[in-house]
Design a protein around this ligand. Structure first.
Ligand SMILES: NC(=O)c1ccc[n+]([C@@H]2O[C@H](COP(=O)([O-])OP(=O)(O)OC[C@H]3O[C@@H](n4cnc5c(N)ncnc54)[C@H](OP(=O)(O)O)[C@@H]3O)[C@@H](O)[C@H]2O)c1
Length: 310
């Protein structure tokens, strides 16, 4: 399907963790960017003067004028915002009823684990159920409204954000690390800036990326390589604790089932455990290789660590 070029982009939830990186990349790539927020007041300096801020309560009535004139809508809404995201999708589809140029691309709030085939990890599939259900709804709406298309973006863990919040297992303040199994399992992750760059690049290739999921990475490394780099950076040996990936995964799932927050531990086990211990599908699960398709290269670990901590 040949598509018209995308100029006007509406970003929902731009005040969150990944939103600002996506907005920054879109502005740098010369899109005309608007941001949707529930907040009544946002400082003009937050996104810069070129970005228009649109206030909404995510009702269909308030979303209709917000999506009018937009070529693409990017949702970066946080967990728990499924109802708002559904209304946003419906408003994008309805934008064609009163216009000859409605919204032609919807990017849902994924930006995490490739989840097109989680048969090997039914526990993860259970946790990600709202997201998977949204995908079914989105595909159904797009089938009924073929002028609207979608692109989903998988980033796996956000490398720079996760290292700072301790999700990669490293704590700079105490110079301590939790290494899963051998620590030699290779995993891919994506910096926030690279995720933003990918969104901008996807919208520049609307035809190739129509109705596709795309996986993007900025790093391919192991926990041991990160530890080595951090020890070099801090000039000292770190305290290392080892955990069994299989045990951690089981404990995390138990914790989730009893209503506690086992999600960070489940992610660590899923990404870092030795694959000969537990079969984990680490491939792109049928999504496109975004680095190849969009011409986005990998970052150097040494440079990233130095940039993060100086
Ligand atoms: N791969 C990773 O490592 C990783 C890490 C974290 C998150 N993620 C994923 O990335 C996506 C974005 O996450 P994030 O952490 O950037 O999001 P976030 O910071 O939690 O939320 C983003 C924005 O969404 C809006 N929002 C929140 N709840 C809402 C609701 N109920 N209704 C309407 N708007 C709501 C808020 O904007 P306003 O207040 O301005 O309206 C908020 O600033 C999610 O899909 C999340 O699962 C991935």
């Amino acid at each position: 399907m040949e598509m018209r070029p995308i100029h006007n982009v509406l970003v929902a939830g731009g005040t969150g963790n990944i939103g600002p990186s996506i907005i920054q990349a879109l502005v740098a790539a010369n899109y005309t960017v608007s941001v949707l927020t529930r907040r009544v007041f946002i400082s003009e300096s937050l996104f810069g003067r070129t970005v228009r801020v649109i206030q909404t309560d995510y009702s269909l009535e308030s979303l209709a004028p917000a999506v009018s004139g937009q070529d693409a809508v990017v949702s970066t809404l946080g967990l728990g915002a499924e109802k708002s995201q559904t209304n946003l999708l419906i408003a994008a589809a309805k934008s064609w009823s009163s216009n000859t140029r409605g919204v032609q691309r919807f990017i849902p709030s994924e930006f995490g684990i490739p989840n097109l085939d989680l048969r090997e990890n039914p526990e993860l599939a259970r946790v990600l159920q709202p997201r998977i259900q949204f995908r079914h709804k989105m595909k159904d709406i797009v089938t009924k409204n073929p002028q609207l298309t979608y692109s989903g973006v998988f980033t796996r863990l956000w490398f720079d954000w996760c290292i700072k919040v301790g999700l990669l297992g490293f704590h700079l303040d105490t110079k301590s690390a939790t290494i899963i199994d051998s620590g030699n399992e290779t995993f891919k992750a994506c910096d926030l800036a690279t995720a933003g760059e990918a969104v901008a690049a996807i919208l520049r290739k609307p035809t190739e990326t129509a109705n596709q999921y795309i996986t993007i990475s900025s790093h391919e490394t192991t926990q041991n390589k990160i530890l080595e780099e951090l020890e070099r950076y801090t000039g000292s040996d770190w305290t290392v604790m080892h955990r069994s990936g299989r045990e951690l995964y089981a404990q995390a799932w138990e914790s989730i089932q009893s209503g506690h927050n086992g999600w960070p531990a489940m992610l660590q086990a899923y990404f870092f455990m030795d694959r000969d211990v537990e079969k984990v599908p680490m491939d792109n699960q049928g999504s496109l290789d975004g680095n190849k398709l969009l011409g986005i290269g990998f970052c150097d670990l040494h440079t990233t660590i130095t940039k993060l901590y100086t």
